[in-house]
Design a protein around this ligand. Structure first.
Ligand SMILES: Nc1ncnc2c1ncn2[C@@H]1O[C@H](COP(=O)(O)OP(=O)(O)OP(=O)(O)O)[C@@H](O)[C@H]1O
Ligand SMILES: [Mg+2]
Length: 412
């Protein structure tokens, strides 16, 4: 598995000789490169496959480099892609104009190979850092938000839950008293009869204890959810902490429970837990739960994708399919490591995208459904934060199994 990313660079120039020089230079430096010979064609190609960086010539027939840059910066989808202008040495006004339009830098023609590469690398690195910071900030805010909500709900729901048992006791007492009144007072008092009919006393007596039980169940469920949110976010814990990994997995499953339920298109997703005997594990609990969340959500997506694919062609095949997610955990004493496997029997990952799945913004899901950041975050947390590894095996049509291995005593 290759998790190092080859950046994708778009060269926009109308001059074939220039294109060739740049193309060869970038290919030699192991970038992935594609070219466009006009501004119009560049915009189309960028829409189809957004590059990590654009090298843009200024003088082109039709839409020139400035106009192309202007359009790119106007479009929310492309505005953050770094643009480097290519201008002739003397054209100071062009350089200024390009930078004002939102270009991040310029390189001068004729291209100075070393300098061009150095600038390209600096900007790619800056862009990566920027994306990482944005993502970290987002995750941090989400954690804060979840923890805040959990905290706010926790108090009121505790009142409700705590008082329900008293309410039940009082109701039982009142019903008991009512029974006594009924036996010792005459039955034919018209006001009493009218009222008892009006409130349907017989039904009320039966139903009231049931209502209280279901309120109790509801409140206890909210408390469980709040607890899961708290375990999940763990935003109070920026430090390493010894935790029970299974609790993290279970709280994540709880948050995903509505996605696991039966739907009109498929039966419920069965979750098989094969938990081993794990020692208490020192880790960053919040981020680790984020790893579980992303892997499990991807598994659910893959199962749904497989079923959607069938529905057009083979509804019969779908009928006896049991969607399943298996979670295995184990400890390897010899290697002093902990292993967590999350497997699904979903669509699988086609060979041609296996290299890409850990890349930021790589997604095969519909716009709005996937951002393509899930596995990039997972990789960063597993490898970067915990010094672990993540590998996977996949078979198209059969499913995918991700294996996370974390050293028990990880060095940052
Ligand atoms: N379990 C899986 N089965 C099949 N394909 C998968 C699985 N996990 C990941 N993929 C593929 O890898 C791609 C990248 O996954 P990733 O989690 O990074 O992004 P995403 O799920 O598309 O979006 P999001 O940012 O919302 O998680 C997915 O779009 C999908 O094509
Ligand atoms: Mg995902």
């Amino acid at each position: 598995m290759n998790t190092s990313k080859q950046d994708l660079i778009l060269v926009v120039d109308d001059n074939p000789a220039n294109i060739k020089v740049l193309f060869d230079l970038l290919k030699e430096s192991c970038f992935r490169v594609f070219v466009a010979k006009s501004g119009e064609s560049a915009l189309e190609k960028i829409e189809a496959a957004p590059p990590d960086l654009i090298l843009l010539d200024v003088l082109m027939p039709g839409m020139d480099g400035f106009e192309t840059c202007h359009r790119l910066k106007e479009n929310p989808k492309t505005k953050d892609i770094p643009v480097i202008f290519m201008t002739a040495l003397a054209e100071v006004a062009d350089k200024v104009k390009g930078l004002k339009l939102g270009a991040i830098d310029y390189i001068t023609k004729p291209i100075e190979h070393e300098e061009a590469l150095a600038r390209i690398n600096v900007h790619l690195e800056l862009r990566r850092t920027q994306l990482r910071l944005i993502q970290e900030e987002k995750m941090y805010s989400l954690g804060q938000l979840v923890a805040g909500i959990a905290h706010e709900i926790n108090n009121p729901v505790s009142f409700i839950y705590g008082n329900i048992s008293h309410a039940r006791e009082y109701v039982d007492g009142l019903l008991k008293l009512l029974n006594i009144y009924e036996t010792v007072t005459p039955h034919d008092i018209p006001e009493v009869q009218a009222c008892s009919k009006e409130i349907d006393l017989a039904f009320l007596r039966q139903d009231l204890p049931k209502i209280i039980s279901s309120m109790e169940m509801g409140a206890s469920r909210i408390m469980e959810i709040v607890r899961s949110l708290q375990i999940f976010s763990r935003s109070d814990e920026a430090e390493r902490k010894a935790v029970d990994v299974h609790r993290g997995l279970d709280s994540t499953l709880m948050l995903l429970s509505s996605r696991l339920k039966e739907t009109a298109d498929r039966p419920a997703i069965e979750v098989v837990k094969e938990y081993g005997q794990l020692p208490v594990f020192e880790c960053y609990p919040g981020p680790l739960n984020q790893v579980f969340m992303n892997l499990l959500a991807n598994g659910i997506d893959a199962i749904e994708e497989k079923i959607e694919g069938w529905q057009d062609k083979n509804p019969i095949q779908a009928s006896d399919f049991i969607p399943k997610i298996t979670i295995r955990t184990d400890v390897n004493r010899e290697h002093a490591s902990l292993m967590i496997q999350i497997a699904d029997n979903g669509a699988g990952i086609p060979d041609n995208i296996q290299q890409k799945i850990f890349e930021q913004f790589f997604s095969t899901k519909a716009v709005g459904k996937g951002t393509g950041l899930g596995l990039a975050i997972v990789y960063q947390i597993v490898a970067g934060k915990h010094g672990g590894t993540i590998t996977y095996q996949s078979q198209v049509g059969e499913g995918t199994e991700f294996t996370v291995t974390l050293p028990l005593l990880a060095a940052e």
